[in-house]
Design a protein around this ligand. Structure first.
Ligand code: FBP
Length: 666
């Protein structure tokens, strides 16, 4: 094992000052209030009135307080959902605090995610096991899974497991959906005396909590910092490569199932030439179309939100403008969930979710088991379309839907019909989002090339060097080849793209060449180089960054989350999510708190039904971070003769404070 790994394992992140107290209590912070959904109040009566609680030290605890704090407990922990760097340190924090309070406390790690809780599969965590994973990435210690403990049967199995093991508390380390699940379990297990605590995990960064006045309680889920830095490092390397080899557009799909936070952070870190932000596309409004429709007394609903075709035009515009100044290369960042923000695709996703859910319910058989092959699924959709023709009241899937759907490439039809996860989320990582978009881009670029609108501007430098080599006189070919030649920095080639044969004829016609002569090779070289071929390399930044070892920020954040979890348990809380306030400030100001999960719930469409879930936090278009990206977009596109504006964030390095200067994320 290398020394760096050993150092990693042996490093103990600093603890917030409050944890130095021998006894800890919770203090309600009534100033933070939430808008409570009536459905959440109805379903979660015992935890809905929980308050935000701050962890505070008790200097001279009473005998009772000290006994409660230090009693021997059995605490179960489980990872739920995709891995995120730092998870092991949450467990390390819980373990260290728990055995410090009472060495007889047992921490049990449920194996393979929530299935471990349902099936009572666990391992007793020892110091040796915990030490082996300190500050290391992944969830390898106990593994993870995506099962949701939702049905009556699963909840009753989970309850039985807690009973059999005599659990005092269950800690669910997961994303928005898993924390939603934690709230329901907290309610269910309240009477059994089992406390349930959630921990905000996900590289997607879409768990951010504010109270109703906008006060930030949880700025970022753990794992986001590391994943964003890992992706940014890799993509920055591609910026270097692209501007060295000058022949590829690197297309980088970046994880983030729905929210584009990771793509936004990568843009800020690397200044890639083009970055799509999903949230912006759905907000797009085509005023021209609205006006046209209004002039005829109509309302054009399709003018709201960007279409796939329009998006491909926007991308092509950037590519063509760079090519015109000689840059037929670049780096583009696409958030993997971008299609969810394109109206026409979103409509399909919602309709198909409903169709699949309806089928499961009506036939009591899973849609995907019944129809395993794409053709079978499509035939079912066709049947629905036929039904809509016969029955006017059936509007879910009509012939127009069917026609539009069959226009999509087969791989994408297959993608849209893929099985949702147990929380009803669409599996974007398995769909080639980039391929859908880039297919349209390629088609449009080919058309632009035919129109002579997509051509590569050659630098004067290249032109002069080539001319010197070939000894040809540019003036001689001026009228034909260099119609657009100006005395400026750049030499634009002839407007129409034509074959060398046609060019030869054209030059003869203009007396630039004699009959029987061929175009000098230097001129041919210039001409060939000006005809763009759009070459791409496609990359997916997902599982690699998700499995990265955590940054020191994430190591420290997660270790303190673990300590917070134990404080919440020791003080008797349930239905709370551990969090740290002031993450964006100096470590000395970090404040461990518990956030009530119930009040964060709202109704959302999942698997075709309105369901109570924690709202995902997506990129806000009025946020400073988005506004910066928007305002610097033109600069980063660098459609000018000067150098690109790429930024090098540098690699993740533990122990070098210079690599993690504040602000923690840009
Ligand atoms: P969580 O929400 O569970 O943290 O997972 C996030 C994520 O990494 C997404 O970015 C990605 O779309 C998804 O997991 C991939 O899931 P899977 O591992 O099932 O392919």
């Amino acid at each position: 094992e290398n020394q760096q790994l050993i150092d990693r394992r042996e490093s103990i992140p600093p603890s917030c000052e409050v944890f130095e107290n021998s006894c800890i209590a919770l203090e309600d912070r009534g100033q933070y209030e939430f808008e409570i959904d009536p459905e959440a109040a109805r379903k979660l009566p015992d935890i809905i009135h929980n308050k935000v609680q701050a962890v505070v030290g008790v200097e001279c605890p009473s005998e009772e307080e000290a006994a409660e704090h230090g009693k021997a407990r059995a605490i179960g922990v489980v990872f739920s959902g995709g891995p995120a760097p730092g998870g092991h340190n949450v467990i390390a924090g819980i373990y260290d605090a728990a055995v410090k309070a009472n060495p007889d406390t047992k921490v049990l790690g449920f194996l393979m995610g929530p299935d471990g809780v349902i099936e009572n599969e666990y391992t007793v965590l020892t110091k040796e096991i915990v030490d082996n994973y300190r500050n290391l990435g992944g969830f390898g210690m106990i593994k993870t899974g995506r099962t949701k403990i939702d049905s009556v049967k699963k909840v009753s199995s989970a309850r039985q497991t807690c009973k059999d093991l005599g659990l005092d508390a269950l800690v669910i380390i997961g994303g928005d959906d898993s924390n939603t699940n934690a709230a329901f379990l907290a309610q269910e297990l309240k009477d059994d005396g089992v406390q349930v605590i959630g921990v905000p995990k996900t590289i997607d960064g879409d768990i951010q909590v504010r109270d109703k006045s906008g006060n930030v309680l949880c700025a970022m889920s753990f794992g986001f910092h590391t994943a964003a830095r890992a992706f940014a490092t890799e993509i920055s390397n591609l910026c270097t490569d692209a501007s060295s080899d000058v022949k590829y557009w690197h297309i980088c799909k970046v994880m983030g199932r729905v929210a584009s936070h990771l793509a936004l952070e990568v843009a800020l870190q690397t200044h890639a030439n083009l970055t799509l932000i999903g949230e912006e596309l759905s907000e797009y409004v085509d005023y021209e179309r609205i006006q046209k429709a209004e002039a005829t007394g109509q309302t054009d609903y399709t003018a709201y939100g960007m279409t796939l075709r329009h998006l491909s035009r926007v991308i092509c515009n950037g590519i063509v403008r760079r090519a015109a100044v000689g840059k037929n290369y670049g780096v583009m960042v696409i958030p993997e969930g971008v299609l969810e923000f394109i109206n026409e695709i979103q409509t399909f996703i919602i309709k198909l979710n409903t169709i699949i859910a309806d089928f499961n319910e009506m036939h009591d058989r899973p849609f995907h088991l019944e129809f395993q092959r794409l053709e079978e699924k499509l035939e079912y959709l066709r049947r629905l379309a036929r039904r809509s023709r016969e029955d006017d009241s059936f509007t879910l899937w009509n012939t127009r839907d069917d026609d539009l759907f069959s226009d999509l490439p087969i791989f994408f039809q297959e993608g849209l019909l893929m099985e949702r996860d147990s929380h009803g989320n669409f599996p974007f990582s398995q769909v080639e989002t980039d391929k859908v978009i880039m297919g349209l881009v390629q088609d449009y670029l080919a058309w632009l090339r035919d129109q002579g609108k997509y051509k590569v501007g050659l630098t004067r430098d290249y032109y002069e060097k080539t001319m010197k080599k070939g000894g040809a006189d540019p003036q001689l070919y001026g009228p034909v080849l260099f119609r657009n030649y100006q005395d400026g920095e750049f030499l634009l080639m002839k407007e129409e793209i034509m074959s060398l044969k046609t060019l030869t004829q054209e030059m003869i016609r203009c007396n630039a060449l004699k009959e029987g002569e061929s175009i000098p090779s230097a001129v041919q070289a210039i001409y060939k180089k000006s005809i763009p071929s759009f070459k791409t390399q496609v990359h997916f930044y997902g599982y690699d960054g998700r499995g990265s070892d955590p940054t020191w920020f994430d190591c420290t954040y997660t270790y303190n989350l673990g300590l917070t979890v134990f404080s919440l348990i020791a003080a008797g809380a349930t239905g709370q999510m551990a969090a740290i306030r002031n993450l964006e400030r100096d470590f000395e100001t970090w404040e461990p708190i518990g956030i009530p999960i119930g009040p964060l719930m709202h109704l959302e469409e999942r698997k075709g039904k309105l369901t109570l879930v924690i709202e995902k936090s997506t990129v806000q278009l009025n946020s400073a971070s988005f506004q910066v990206v928007k305002n610097l977009r033109e600069k980063w596109l660098a459609a000018h003769p000067g150098p690109d504006e790429f930024r090098r964030p540098g690699p993740i390095s533990m122990g070098d404070p210079r690599s993690e200067d504040r602000p923690i994320t840009l």
